[in-house]
Ligand binder design. Structure first.
Ligand SMILES: [Zn+2]
Length: 301
């Protein structure tokens, strides 16, 4: 049995997976906002409830979390749930739960889940992207998550938007301190902000409303989504030119819009280093497990 915890900004989900990948237990609680000790307690209670429900103790515990762990001092950084930043989440959880705990960021968990028994299980190298409140990425290559000495694997969201046109420079300011980061163009809030810059303030304030407006025939909303697709294509083309993955999995709320994969099949090849007309062989995929990939990947850590 493996327990996974998906530690998100609004909810904490626990799940127990059996050997076959079936859920044996699942429960969600609201994340205690801005309260680190209460967050640790919530995780401990979820683990206790899972173990008493199954009458079994689970040695394997993985936690998917926003941001990344600094490999030098073990502290969390770059998490949009800012109460985690500067905290030694792994050692604190290990002390509370009296067992080894593995951590990975949420995009790594998506990559691990979808490459193991999800939509990309036939692919040897997988780049998984989360387009949500932020923009992150994770690499799963030949049976394992890719890690590096700086703990930065997959952090493509803070590269500058590639092939920027003059009217895209210097670009929106990013929370990281730079301007024109991919995240500052491609996250959900960035997509809505782009719509407002181009078309003025309306009652569109989030991505689901923007998608609904486009579906209902709102031309401005469709144009905002088209600009987003084109910028995503430029951003992913750079990833393909460097690492040429077998598959790219597109997760997060912004990826749930209609025709994204079909539109990318048109927009991407233009920017990839291939002779014109050569078909792109990279598979562009949507997650098989949707929102559940976070907790499934965490359990598989
Ligand atoms: Zn940035």
């Amino acid at each position: 049995m493996r327990i996974g915890i998906d530690l998100g900004g609004t909810k904490i989900e626990a799940a127990v997976l059996d050997q076959a990948g079936n859920f044996r237990f699942r429960e969600r609680v609201a994340t205690p906002l801005g309260d680190y000790p209460a967050t640790l307690n919530a995780i401990r209670h979820l683990v206790q409830r899972a173990e008493s429900a199954l009458n079994e103790s689970c040695e394997h515990l993985g936690v998917g979390h926003p941001g990344s762990m600094n490999p030098i001092d073990g502290k969390i950084r770059n998490a949009n749930s800012t109460c985690l930043n500067g905290q030694r989440l792994q050692s604190d959880l290990q002390a509370q739960l009296q067992r080894a705990v593995r951590l990975a960021n949420d995009a790594d968990c998506l990559a691990l889940s979808e490459a193991t028994d999800g939509i990309a299980q036939e692919s040897a190298s997988v780049f998984a992207v989360i387009l949500g409140t932020g923009v992150g990425g994770g690499w799963f290559i030949h049976g394992r998550l890719l890690e590096g000495p700086n703990g930065l694997t997959g952090e493509w969201g803070h590269n500058p938007l590639p092939i920027a046109s003059l009217d895209e420079l210097p670009g929106p300011r990013c929370y990281c301190g730079k301007q024109g980061c991919i995240e500052a163009w491609l996250s959900g809030p960035a997509l809505v902000a782009d719509y407002h810059r181009q078309h003025g303030q309306t009652d569109v304030h989030d991505v689901p409303t923007l998608i609904a407006a486009a579906r209902a025939g709102d031309q401005d909303a469709s144009e905002a989504l088209n600009r987003h697709t084109e910028r995503l294509a430029r951003s992913l083309a750079c990833v393909i030119n460097v690492c040429d993955p077998d598959a790219i999995v597109l997760g997060g709320g912004v990826a749930q819009r209609p025709n994204l994969v079909a539109d990318l099949h048109v927009a991407l090849p233009v920017h990839v280093f291939l002779p014109a007309g050569t078909p792109l062989r990279t598979k562009l995929l949507l997650p098989k497990f949707g929102d559940s990939s976070g907790v499934r990947g965490a359990a598989r850590l």
